[in-house]
Write a protein that binds this ligand. Structure first.
Ligand code: KIV
Length: 256
């Protein structure tokens, strides 16, 4: 799918569906199901690697998982997250983006708005498609002291709209809006021509993204409030494991 198609989808009012993947089978299943965008998110750190937040994720980890996902994707757009500490300068941002592209990413994402225009321009001028991420920034969760809703004050809402315009101007093809007040998410979506992809930001965004583990109930120890899981995969794994343990202990592993 080309970059222009996403703007066109927004223009036509067609919503963009996006999910995360970190491994080959999940990526292939999402791709075969018709998802528009697959993100190798640095949420990898929490839902796959067992860290407390995304701040432990390294570029080596992202490269390893992006390569696996790339092997499973044929038609969706594959976006990879740039982990914390890998885009502090425009040169560093470009070098990181190139390494992710080398292992199969078709686009990259970093967290930040107007503050990161120089990095975004370095990436887009090199011809690498770029997805922005504003609102709640998980890589800053420690400084922020939690995952807090953004856009509650007029100043915060104005800053988010300015961020969205700045990243659009810098060449982003879409913007993730994370936990932004729905009314502010609507105003941002109306203020720019590129699509907004919301997570916990209400229905007025041009598309939606979720962490797949949350959607399918594969990480039962924590589910964000805004997620309505569509499946209970953790329960299925527990059931299958218990059944296997019982069969093993009963000695009923007959070869058919
Ligand atoms: O890391 C991630 O999975 C993300 C999405 C939640 C947008 O950035």
């Amino acid at each position: 799918m080309g970059m222009k198609d996403f703007r066109e989808m927004k223009r036509r009012g067609e919503k963009i569906a996006s999910l995360t993947a970190y491994d080959y089978p999940t990526a292939r299943l999402l791709d075969e199901s018709g998802i528009d965008i697959i993100l190798v998110g640095d949420s990898l750190g929490m839902v796959v690697l067992g860290f407390e937040d995304t701040t432990e994720v390294t570029l080596e980890m992202m490269l390893h998982h992006t390569a696996a996902v790339a092997r499973g994707v044929k038609r969706a757009l594959l976006v990879a997250d740039m982990p914390i500490g890998t885009y502090d300068t425009p040169n560093e941002a470009l070098a990181t983006a190139k390494r992710l592209v080398d292992v199969g990413a078709q686009a990259v994402k970093l967290e930040g708005g107007a503050s990161h225009v120089a990095q975004i321009e370095a990436i887009t001028r090199a011809g690498i498609p770029f997805m922005a991420h504003i609102g709640m920034l998980p890589q800053s969760v420690r400084e922020e002291g939690g995952y807090k809703v953004k856009g509650r004050t007029q100043t915060e809402a104005d800053a988010l709209i300015a961020d969205a315009k700045a990243v659009e101007q810098a060449g982003a093809f879409s913007i993730v809006l994370e936990i932004v007040l729905p009314d502010v998410a609507r105003r941002i979506s109306e203020a720019i021509a590129i699509p907004t992809i919301g997570i916990g930001s209400g229905e007025n965004c041009d598309g939606q993204i979720l962490v797949t583990h949350d959607l399918i109930g594969l990480f039962p120890w924590f589910t964000p409030k805004f997620v309505s899981p569509e499946a209970r995969v953790a329960e299925e794994i527990r059931k299958a494991t218990t059944a296997f343990i019982e069969r093993t202990r009963n000695g009923s592993h007959n070869i058919k």
